[in-house]
Write a protein that binds this ligand. Structure first.
Ligand code: MGD
Ligand code: MGD
Ligand code: MO
Length: 708
């Protein structure tokens, strides 16, 4: 019996990017396990991925090209050949381009796989070449990244492994044990060395339960808290004068601004007692090394960007950056020398291009959002918009359009793929090769292909080669092999890759970027922030310049929302939907709904697979505080309807004092099959942009709940 362990890397859109060993027997993957040698993976895989082979060999996999034979959305398909599929797509697209122009074609994608060659940008060059509408992908961390760049620049920040040296750790809107679980051992080690762990979250999550101090907060009010911390630190003389003098700009203006945000003001907004706000500020400022880890969730509100601006000012204010294990951790992805322009090829875009934000997809398809030319064809890969974006009813109506030619590349017939005219089978990570960055640690990974593709599944790179061929494109760029693409995916001359060869990377599966050791590294001890001024910018020079753009690799056009200038100082923007800002709305819909990540799903991945559904619960649950439930006569396990001015979905009630009163929680990622009437939480989420980077406001909403 031939038995091998193949070294690969987890493909998911998750900070941990684990090193995976796949046991292959006679060409079949029989098990996966975490690589014990990898310093971050430490031999453990999560509940989502530890049976990855079951995803690969699931009898629900799409393994052949399919063509719709029933009505739109019926999920009735018949097998066709790749030649037929490519022939039909090329013919339809050529016709559309001739009659309406390339912009009538809309690609839609995200990070179904995070591999550098198969992931985010794999389709960009082709769609740019066709002059298709550009899909602006800003629903994950775009407001946060824009704010972060404005304040401290594109720095990796604190090495997540340096947390072992921290003495005061704040996990701010981050459910580490579910969404970044391989970071936990480092936090645990710090605690063994005496660190205090604080979690700021409206929910007593599994992470909050293990913290020394859980601070419940009303959703979307973190900006008020952060500004009050600045207020107290300034007023009580806890500022590191020397650091501020040398390595920041705009302190006086920040101090003056923060004077408006008293602990009393913050308490009224956040629901946190004044005493606790004072204690948090004092402990944070006087317990070095102090570190803040922000979760993506902190941004999903009207003021998400400015919230991150305020938080990003804190470490410089107290000189936290002078210590190993002190400062801020957001996304260390900035450390990886990825050749983004080479992947995206923005140079291929025509001069006039149309940009459509991903969660405007529904109204764009129905025509509610004026589209000239209208969208005639939609091409979805690496994404499941029916499960993950707002305006679900409109999206469903748009996808049901008879004249819309929809193609979806997938592993499964998702809620989105169900509406396709053509479904194309995609390989999983075991069936393809790739090179991987991480947004949660500093190791570059290589995913060796473990098994041959199942059925007629192809990798995304191969899919786009086939499309280019069918469309008669002759530029050799579109026909590079995976190896050539991997070779071109990084700037190998970058100092962080000094001495690294692809051969070594393939053999070992991962290498640490050539950065100082985590035990000995305070990245901004001497300032050196990659901002325009080289300093931490309390007062942002980018914002002071008027309307500005932070081009992100996600084709997010960060910056101010729609052309207006941005206040260069951090400030508090209250939620769009709250008792204070929209009392009339709150009279009908008094509860705040958030939809954080599920422990057992990865976004909507695994929302159809038995092991993960068994862990998460087959049906969508909504968690309410027992008093909020009692007020409405709702009992544990009862069927409920959750609704607001935009829509409704049905679920069953789970009662728990772990959620703050006035807050309801619908874990994200469930498919329509798990909801009683089909609609999911995105029937209710708002389509508004946050203040910076066109971030989402998915968690900025009021709802009411009633027994169904
Ligand atoms: N298990 C699992 N892991 C994942 C994912 C997944 O779907 N499942 N998805 C991956 C992806 S794409 C991402 S972006 C990351 C996201 O990683 P996180 O940002 O950690 O994920 P969330 O669960 O969305 O939110 C974290 C916590 O923020 C809280 N929260 C919500 N609103 C607020 C608020 O206004 N203020 C504060 N202080 N807290 C708030 C939620 O209750 C939740 O416990 O996780 C990645 N990892
Ligand atoms: N309510 C709510 N909505 C949210 C969020 C939230 O927290 N709450 N989070 C937001 C965030 S942070 C994110 S990142 C987005 C995520 O939004 P999406 O990226 O659209 O969500 P996924 O569920 O990860 O969908 C990825 C799809 O790609 C498929 N796929 C996987 N690998 C491959 C491959 O190699 N090739 C192809 N062709 N397909 C593949 C998977 O089967 C899956 O169906 O959702 C956003 N929406
Ligand atoms: Mo995300």
């Amino acid at each position: 019996m031939a038995r091998d362990a193949v070294i690969g890397a987890c493909p998911h859109d998750c900070p941990d990017t684990c090193s995976i060993l796949t046991t292959v027997e006679d060409g079949k993957a029989i098990a996966v396990r975490g690589n014990p040698d990898h310093p971050f993976t430490q031999g453990r895989l999560c509940v989502k991925v530890n049976n990855y082979q079951d995803r690969v060999y699931s009898d629900r996999r799409v393994l052949y090209p399919l063509k719709r034979v029933g009505p739109k959305g019926s999920g009735q398909f018949a097998r066709i050949t790749w030649d037929e599929a490519m022939g039909e797509i090329a013919e339809r697209w050529k016709g559309i381009i001739a009659s309406d122009g390339g912009q009538a074609i809309l690609p839609y994608s995200y990070l179904g796989t995070q591999g550098v060659i198969n992931g985010l940008n794999v389709g960009d060059p082709l769609f740019n070449k066709l002059g298709a509408t550009v899909s602006e992908r800003t629903f994950c961390d775009s407001a946060s990244c824009t704010a972060y760049m404005m304040t401290i620049g594109h720095t990796p920040g604190v090495d997540p492994e340096s947390f072992v040296h921290s003495k005061y750790i704040i996990l701010w809107a981050c459910n580490t044990l579910s969404t970044n679980s391989h970071h936990w051992p480092f936090i645990e080690r710090a605690r063994k060395n005496g660190a205090k762990l604080v979690v700021i979250d409206p929910v007593r999550t599994r992470t909050a339960r293990l913290a020394d101090w859980h601070i419940p907060i009303r959703p979307g009010t973190d900006g008020a808290l952060a500004l009050a911390l600045i207020n107290i630190i300034v007023k009580e003389g806890l500022v590191d004068r020397d650091y501020v003098e040398k390595h920041t700009i705009g302190f006086d203006a920040l101090a003056e601004r923060a004077a408006d945000y008293t602990p009393e003001f913050a308490s009224a907004e956040t629901g946190i007692p004044v005493e606790d706000i004072l204690t948090l500020a004092r402990e944070y400022a006087t317990t070095p090394p102090a570190v803040v880890r922000i979760g993506v969730a902190v941004e999903r509100h009207a003021g998400g960007g400015q919230t991150v601006r305020a938080i990003a000012c804190l470490p410089a204010l107290i000189g936290a950056w002078t210590h190993v294990g002190g400062g801020l951790l957001q996304l260390p992805i900035w450390a990886f020398p990825v050749n983004w322009p080479g992947l995206m090829r923005p140079d291929l875009q025509p001069e006039t291009m149309r940009v459509l934000n991903t969660w405007r997809l529904g109204p764009a398809l129905t025509g509610e959002e004026p589209m000239d030319p209208p969208i005639r064809s939609l091409f979805v890969y690496n994404a499941n918009p029916m499960a993950m974006v707002s305006q679900q009813q409109k999206l469903e109506a748009g996808l049901a359009r008879e004249d819309l030619f929809t193609v979806v590349s997938e592993h499964f017939i998702t809620d989105t793929a169900k509406y396709a005219d053509i479904v194309l089978p995609a390989t999983t990570q075991l069936e393809q090769k790739d090179i991987m960055f991480s947004w949660g640690h500093l190791y570059l990974s290589y995913n060796n292909q473990a098994i041959e593709p199942l059925g007629e599944a192809v990798s995304n790179t191969e899919l786009f080669r086939r499309l280019a061929k069918a469309l008669g494109i002759d530029d050799p760029f579109f026909f590079r092999s995976d190896d050539e693409m991997i070779e071109a995916s990084m700037d190998w001359s970058s100092p962080v890759l000094e001495g690294v060869t692809l051969e070594d990377l393939k053999a070992k599966g991962y290498i640490r970027l050539n950065m100082p050791a985590a035990d000995d590294w305070a990245p901004h001890r001497d300032g050196n922030f990659p901002t325009p001024s080289g300093k931490c910018e309390f007062s942002s020079t980018m914002a002071a310049g008027g309307n500005f753009v932070v081009p992100l690799f996600r084709q997010g056009y960060g910056g101010s929302q729609s052309g207006e200038t941005v206040d260069p100082l951090p400030h508090y923007i209250a939620p769009n939907e709250s008792k204070r800002t929209s009392p009339d709305l709150a009279a009908s819909y008094p509860l705040s709904l958030i939809s954080p990540k599920s422990h057992a799903f990865l976004n909507s991945n695994y929302g159809n697979l038995p092991a993960q559904l068994a862990q998460a619960g087959e049906e969508q649950a909504v968690i309410l505080h027992p008093d909020d439930a009692a007020d409405r006569g709702i009992v544990s396990g009862g069927a409920i309807r959750v609704f607001n001015q935009r829509g409704a979905f049905e679920a069953f009630a789970t009662l728990s004092p772990d959620v703050l009163r006035g807050v309801v929680v619908a874990p994200a990622g469930y498919w329509q099959r798990s909801n009683r009437r089909g609609a999911t939480v995105h029937a209710l989420t708002p389509p508004a942009f946050a203040d910076l980077g066109r971030g989402p406001t998915f968690s900025d909403m009021l709802v009411e709940v009633a027994s169904a």
